[in-house]
Design a binder for this molecule. Structure first.
Ligand SMILES: [Zn+2]
Ligand SMILES: [Zn+2]
Length: 572
């Protein structure tokens, strides 16, 4: 075995002297006189994600934290009268997984009409989408929107694009929209286009498009900034504050449940409806239903209000902390093929994607966040957008220098050597799509191998010494961390296609990206992200070891148990 066993003396001195170990050297305080552990896990195959002691057989937990990690014999010495003993029967134990970019849209999953599967690869038919929306239309009063969510244009059996005529078949009287799960494109019927005053002569606004068919007629697809006009027309249901609070509470309880089922114990929440979402999280916490830890990103008026109030990133406690900003959009989408490229999209008549922010506005925004000590988080997919973010960060760093700021570049999808150097120099944290190489491999052909080998570039980041973390971007991508690990390790899609094989990383590297690196992204690597004395007792028990399992089936490994702060929050 390769685990580094703590010596018996180390374990006993840690417990007996009332001191806990972090790593192998740093000491942590503990209430004097406390000796026996609350719980121990023995007979396990533990991957600690601690380079100095990567493997262990057993660990002990007290007051929600790990207090010892080592061999069975050493940890058994901490069993007292009230200690719960969990015999893992050689199963694999890893640190709880961390997702650094997730919109946590429990509301959409619970209350909206899904025209695609939010959690895994599933093909639907356009006729099926029309049927679902017709059913919705039948119960929709005049003037109100009929909307479908979680649409994925490459998971359609018909093998053609959804269009305005399909949605006219749903209704000619009600406005109808189908929203792509990627969040940057929607499809509208004629009524919606008419209400928004869009016709074949309408000029595309900056940073968005009203797409046309071969004859120049609107085909119903609308991208990025062009969608804003639809938010101002038609009616949407309203709820009393009490009803809305109850919906948010139920949605958060639901999504927290789903996260821990998949092994996530910490999630960066990025809500565009910030205050309501925060109240929902606070409500489930008060009810004892918050099962995962939340790093809560702020957006819009909420972000302005927090800055005004002097709130900086990190305020909060071990369960709920104010995070950085919600991703500040700089360009379009990878999955919907609107991200800003320095070269034209293959076969798209010179189209290079959408830049959704001017450099000047971006510079000012980044500087304002840095001055307010709010961790910057920008969405940038294409190389053009990533360069713009780096320019803004470099300028802000000169004007308002901040040590160890760890600005987040969400997605950071298409990189090149120069961008990687600048990311490294700034200490920025890229958070590329974690599950896309599996889930969205069917979209890689739109870019081609020459580009894809520089996309979701985990190998490149590791080799450059850059700490990159995992971001599912749910709902654009499924959030299951084991799907992410399989994707990073194999670069093979659900369809069997392998793209950008140069970017493959080892299971151990992928495990670190999905755990310790996630903790680093929120400046919490001293309290979570690995199994080490002093850290939160957040871990996952897996039925099979992903290091030795068939790499093409890592996503199917059963999550046996998920634990946060020493409490079992999911049990298979
Ligand atoms: Zn994004
Ligand atoms: Zn996102």
């Amino acid at each position: 075995m390769s685990y580094r066993a703590l010596t018996r003396r180390e374990v006993l001195s840690a417990a007996g002297a009332g001191l806990l170990y972090a790593g192998s050297r740093r000491l942590w305080g503990q209430a004097p006189g406390a000796t026996a552990a609350d719980a121990v896990i023995v007979n396990a195959g533990i991957y600690t994600v601690e380079p100095a002691a990567p493997r262990a057989e057993a660990c002990a937990i007290k007051a929600g934290r790990f207090v010892a990690v080592g061999s069975d014999a050493e940890v058994r010495a901490l069993i007292g009268k009230g200690t719960q003993v969990f015999d893992a029967q050689r199963m694999t134990v890893v640190p709880g997984f961390i997702d650094c970019h997730n919109h946590a849209v429990g509301m959409d999953v619970l209350y909206e009409t899904a025209v695609g599967n939010p959690f895994q690869v599933e093909f639907v038919t356009i006729a099926g989408i029309i049927d679902k929306l017709r059913a919705k239309a039948r119960e929709t009063p005049p003037g109100y929107w009929v909307e479908g969510y979680f649409f994925d244009d490459t998971k359609v059996k018909d093998r053609r694009a959804l269009n305005v005529h399909d949605l006219d078949a749903v209704s000619r009287d009600l406005p109808v929209a189908v929203h792509h799960r990627g969040g940057h494109t929607s499809f509208y019927n004629s009524k919606a286009l008419q209400l928004a005053g869009i016709n074949r002569d309408t000029v595309n606004p900056p940073g968005g498009t009203f797409d046309r068919d071969a004859d120049g007629n609107l085909n119903g697809r609308v991208t990025d900034r062009a969608s804003a006009v639809f938010d101002k027309v038609g009616l949407r249901p309203t709820y009393t504050p009490l009803q809305q609070a109850e919906r948010q509470r139920a949605a958060m309880a639901y999504i927290s449940e789903q996260f821990v089922r998949s092994g996530l114990t910490s999630v960066h929440h990025e809500h565009f409806d910030g205050p309501e979402a925060l109240r929902g999280i606070e409500a489930i916490r008060a009810a004892g239903q918050l099962k995962h830890r939340v790093f809560f990103a702020a957006y819009g008026p909420m972000l302005d209000g927090l800055i005004e109030a002097g709130v900086q990133t990190g305020l909060g406690d071990e369960w709920l902390r104010i995070g950085g900003t919600v991703e500040h959009l700089v360009d379009g989408s990878f999955s919907e093929r609107t991200m800003a490229l320095s070269i034209p999209y293959p076969g798209k008549g010179g189209y290079r994607g959408n830049v959704t922010e001017t450099q000047e506005a971006l510079d000012a925004w980044v500087l304002r966040m840095c001055r307010a000590r709010v961790q910057v988080n920008c969405h940038a997919n294409g190389d053009v957008a990533i360069a713009a973010v780096l320019t803004a960060l470099e300028r802000a760093q000169r004007q308002a220098p901040l040590a160890d700021a760890r600005p987040q570049i969400t997605h950071c999808t298409l990189v090149n050597e120069e961008l990687v150097k600048r990311i490294k120099a700034l200490g920025a944290v890229p958070v590329p799509f974690s599950t896309y190489p599996y889930y969205n491999a069917d979209k890689f052909r739109f870019y081609g191998e020459a580009l894809i080998r520089h996309c979701m570039a985990f190998r490149t980041f590791i080799d450059a010494g850059i700490v990159a973390a995992a971001g599912s971007d749910f709902p654009p991508g499924p959030f299951a961390p084991l799907m992410a690990i399989q994707a990073m390790v194999t670069r093979k899609g659900w369809n069997g296609e392998t793209w950008g094989a140069e970017q493959r990383i080892s299971v151990a590297e992928a495990l670190r990206i999905n755990t310790w690196n996630g903790a680093y992204a929120s400046h919490e690597e001293n309290v979570k992200g690995s199994i080490a004395p002093g850290k939160y007792a957040d871990y996952v028990v897996l039925a099979e070891d992903p290091h030795t399992a068939d790499p093409n089936h890592i996503k199917d490994i059963k999550i046996v148990r998920t634990v946060t702060a020493g409490n079992v929050v999911y049990q298979a």
